[in-house]
Each structure stands twice: as C-alpha cells, then as structure tokens.
Ligand binder design. Structure first.
Ligand code: NDP
Ligand code: DGY
Length: 312
C-alpha cells in the first residue's frame, strides 16, 4: 500500500501521521486552501483523504476525481457532504465510540468549571489578590436538573455521569427513546424551561443549526447554564453575547464556536463564561484510538475488507 496516495489538509496528531507514513504515501497539504497548485499536481493520484471537523472537506472532495475514501478524524461529519459522496461512490468513515468518554468527561468538567467558577478562582489566586474569606460563593452541581439535546452516544455518557452527581436528567431529540428512563421533552424550549443546565450534544444538521437561539436562552434564564460540546453552529453567538451581557442567561461554557478559531471578543471579559478550544476528544489516549480507527479503515478499504466504521 506504500504507493497509495493519502492526503491530509492539516497537521493533526504526530502519531497518526507517523502511522500513515509507514503504510501509505502521505501527502501533506498544510497550506490548503491558500495554495492549490500542489493539489492540482497530485489530484489524479490521490485515492484517500484524512480530514477533521474544521477542514474544508467539501471543496477538497470536489477537487479529487480519483478519490475512493474520506476518513474523518472525529465523529461529527457535518464537514462532509455525505449525499455527494454517495453519488460519487466515495466511502466515508468516522471515529465513533472511542471518543465518547472524553467528550462526556469534558462536558462534566465544563459544568463544574462554570458552576464552581474554577477558571475565575484560578485567575483570582494567580493575581495575588486572595484575602481570607473574601471570595464569592459559587453554585452547587449535585442534584441539579440536567437537560441534554441529543441523547446519542455522548449525550447518554453525559447523562450517566450526571446521574452520579444525583442530578435528574431530561432530554430532547427528534424522537422519544422508549428504552430511556429519562424525561423526554418534544421541544428544545420545553427542555430549556425545565432544566438548570442545558448540554448540547447533538450532531450538526440543517435542523440543529442555530438550535440555541434567543428563545432558548431566555427559557434557560438568568440562573441557567448553557454547555456546548456539540458544534459552534448550534448556538447563535450574537444572541449568546447579548443574553450574557444583559443577564438573561446565567452562564455558558463552550468547547466549540461558530467560526473556529474565532471567538467573540465580548466573551473574553465575562466571568460567567468558560471557553475551551475544541478539545472534546483531545487526550493522548483517545486521539491515539481515533488514529487507529482511521488507519484501520484505510487498510480495510485498500485490502478490500469490511470498513470498521462505515457511514457511506
Ligand atoms: P450520535 O450520533 O450518537 O448522537 C447524535 C445525537 O444527535 C442523536 O442522539 C440524535 O438524536 C441527535 N440529533 C440529531 N438531530 C437532532 C435534532 N434535529 N434535534 C435533536 N437532536 C438531534 O453522535 P455522538 O454522540 O457520538 O456525537 C454527537 C456530536 O458531538 C458529534 O456529531 C459532534 O458534532 C460532537 N462532538 C464534539 C466533540 C468536541 O470535541 N467538542 C467531540 C466529539 C463529538 P435523534 O436521532 O434521536 O434525534
Ligand atoms: C468530533 O469528533 O466530532 C470532534 O469535534 C473532533 O473533531
């Protein structure tokens, strides 16, 4: 398989690159989309690409006439036009399951960081301003009502973790899950009106784009906390900034943003906000496991075997 050209449009994780280098002819296109000459020169030999959620994969796929497989280094595939891939008979894979625990752990971490003001406390101590007994009180997590949008793999893992904090769980998804004991709300606004902490854990689709708008923020209210570990485009960021500045929303913890790596500057000055740079799956262990899934899929495809995690 050393002669099979596999393209990566961006550096991701050294282990993944090393393992790809060992097995394939890995082409690195680090300056895409700024320079396209390299792509033009190699377009007819590239049979596979490895992309992740922020790569402009849709355009890239169109530029590669001999493409056979798109392996996504991540579970969310909103960056890929699955119908177009189907049309062109291009296989698509992602990395489900292996990152579920990490993403759910991060959701709980963000909840605790927001409610217990951990980032603010850290800044306070480092500033040297700590006086005994002088700091603000924070908010208890245990026993709160946690609402989850998208009770899929990650949403379920968040629910299980929150149960260990004696929280009551409710959720919204397109359909009620008969097997779930959690309370179902048929609309996001009803969910937001009936929880203290709203966790966004659904996939990004046309229907979930902008699902967190002013109405939902107002339903969560001045004591409510919004946690987004899904995709930035789920949240109307302008409305988020207004809701926080006007005190209509209690706080927000965000791992993902509308146009990464851009983050609205207005959020930087707010203490009731926790920001992280899209690190849901970013541990050595999980990124290694994800890399193994990508490599396993590529090897299976080029050996004519069954893909590990086929989507198309
Ligand atoms: P799953 O496919 O298991 O879950 C997706 C969930 O989204 C399903 O429960 C589905 O529920 C729900 N959903 C889809 N459409 C709608 C809708 N219109 N309204 C409400 N719910 C909807 O995926 P995972 O749990 O593995 O991953 C979820 C997402 O998390 C990924 O797509 C990705 O975007 C994001 N993610 C972010 C990470 C990070 O680094 N921050 C890390 C990993 C993932 P139903 O079908 O019942 O409607
Ligand atoms: C995912 O797996 O979807 C994460 O967002 C990483 O891209």
């Amino acid at each position: 398989m050393e002669s099979v050209s596999v393209l990566m449009p961006r550096p991701t994780f050294p282990y993944l690159e090393q393992e790809l280098d060992k097995r394939f002819k890995l082409l690195r296109l680090w300056d895409y989309p700024h320079s396209t000459q390299f792509l033009k020169d190699n377009a007819n030999s590239i049979r596979a690409i490895v992309v992740n959620s922020v790569d402009p994969a849709k355009k890239l796929i169109e530029a590669l006439p001999k493409l056979e497989i798109v392996t996504n280094y991540g579970v969310g595939v909103d960056n890929i036009d699955l119908n177009r891939c189907k049309e062109r008979r291009i296989r698509v894979t992602n990395t489900p399951d292996v990152l579920t625990d990490e993403a759910a752990d991060l959701a709980i971490g963000l909840i605790l960081a927001l409610l217990r003001r951990l980032c603010e406390c850290d800044r306070y101590v480092r500033s040297g301003r700590w006086k005994l007994g002088a700091y603000k009180l924070t908010t208890k997590f245990s026993g709160k009502r946690v609402g989850i949008i998208g009770l899929g793999r990650i949403g379920m893992a968040v629910a299980r973790r929150a149960e260990a904090f004696n929280c009551s769980i409710c959720y919204h998804s397109r359909t009620k899950k008969p097997e779930s004991q959690y309370k179902y709300y048929p609309s996001v606004v009803e969910l937001a009106s009936n929880c203290d902490i709203l966790v966004v854990a659904c996939s990004l689709t046309k229907e979930t784009h902008g699902i967190i708008d002013r109405k939902i923020m107002d339903a969560l209210g001045p004591k409510g906390a919004l946690i987004n570990i899904g995709r930035g485009k789920h949240v109307d960021e302008k409305e988020l900034v207004s809701a926080l500045l006007e005190g209509r929303l209690g706080g927000a913890a965000m791992d993902v943003f509308e146009n990464e790596p851009h983050v609205p500057q207005e959020l930087f000055g707010l203490e009731n906000v926790v920001l992280s740079p899209h690190i849901g799956s970013a541990t050595v262990e999980t990124r290694t496991a994800m890399a193994d899934v990508v490599i396993g899929n590529l090897e299976a495809h080029f050996r004519g075997k069954t893909l590990l995690t086929p989507l198309v």
